[in-house]
Design a protein around this ligand. Structure first.
Ligand SMILES: Cc1cc2nc3c(=O)[nH]c(=O)nc-3n(C[C@H](O)[C@H](O)[C@H](O)COP(=O)(O)O)c2cc1C
Length: 179
């Protein structure tokens, strides 16, 4: 099984990336490879001018982890009540309509605010829905991320950690059942 974890921001030193790396370790402990793709490295400069549908070499590296994945985990922060613009840009440069078709997807939200990126995850799910993705129902939301998450030990709250562990375990089964 081949999973990809999308760290959905280009903000340097982001919590999304720290969380993505931590989640990747949770999959590795279960003998599942989950490659982290950080949108921090998305070559924004190469798409200026709206080069939609054109062959752009530097974008390929961002398409392959999607096209070759059996399942994708999106780690999404909250920016102004939505998901980061770079995530939409990333999607708009994926092949249409096939990229997300019947693709198993799981979602983890994180924010400094109290709702743990519930809004951006649900906004993103509307797009995933339109693109016919298979959305895994166990979502995890992490509020006050800098206090509630430790990159080494995980979530401070035991209940939240159990939710994340459960998402990991059950998403593996979900991907297996749908591939
Ligand atoms: C442009 C921007 C907008 C933000 N807007 C919100 C917001 O609407 N709600 C919220 O709870 N946090 C907001 N934050 C704080 C982020 O959710 C918080 O810093 C989060 O940990 C950022 O994730 P990151 O480290 O992955 O970038 C915002 C941060 C940035 C950079």
């Amino acid at each position: 099984m081949n999973l990809s974890i999308i760290s959905s921001t280009d903000r340097p030193n982001s919590w999304s990336l720290k969380l993505s790396n931590y989640i990747s370790r949770l999959y590795a402990e279960r003998n599942v490879k989950a490659k982290v793709v950080s949108l921090e490295d998305f070559p924004l400069a190469d798409v200026v001018g709206g080069k939609y549908g054109k062959e752009i070499t530097s974008i390929k590296k961002f398409r392959e982890p999607i096209l070759e994945a059996d399942g994708i985990i999106f780690v999404i922060p909250e920016y102004n009540g939505g998901f980061p613009g770079i995530l939409k840009m990333f999607i708009d440069y994926l092949p249409f309509p096939g990229a997300f078709e019947k693709m198993p997807m799981a979602f983890v939200g994180e924010a400094s605010g109290a709702f743990g990126a519930l809004r951006p995850v649900e906004q993103f799910q509307m797009i995933a829905n339109y693109r016919n993705a298979l959305q895994f129902p166990e979502r995890v939301f992490i509020p006050r991320v800098s206090k509630e998450f430790d990159p080494e030990t995980g979530l401070v709250d035991d209940f939240k950690q159990k939710l994340l562990d459960s998402q990991v375990e059950n998403f593996i089964k979900f991907v297996r059942d749908n591939s």
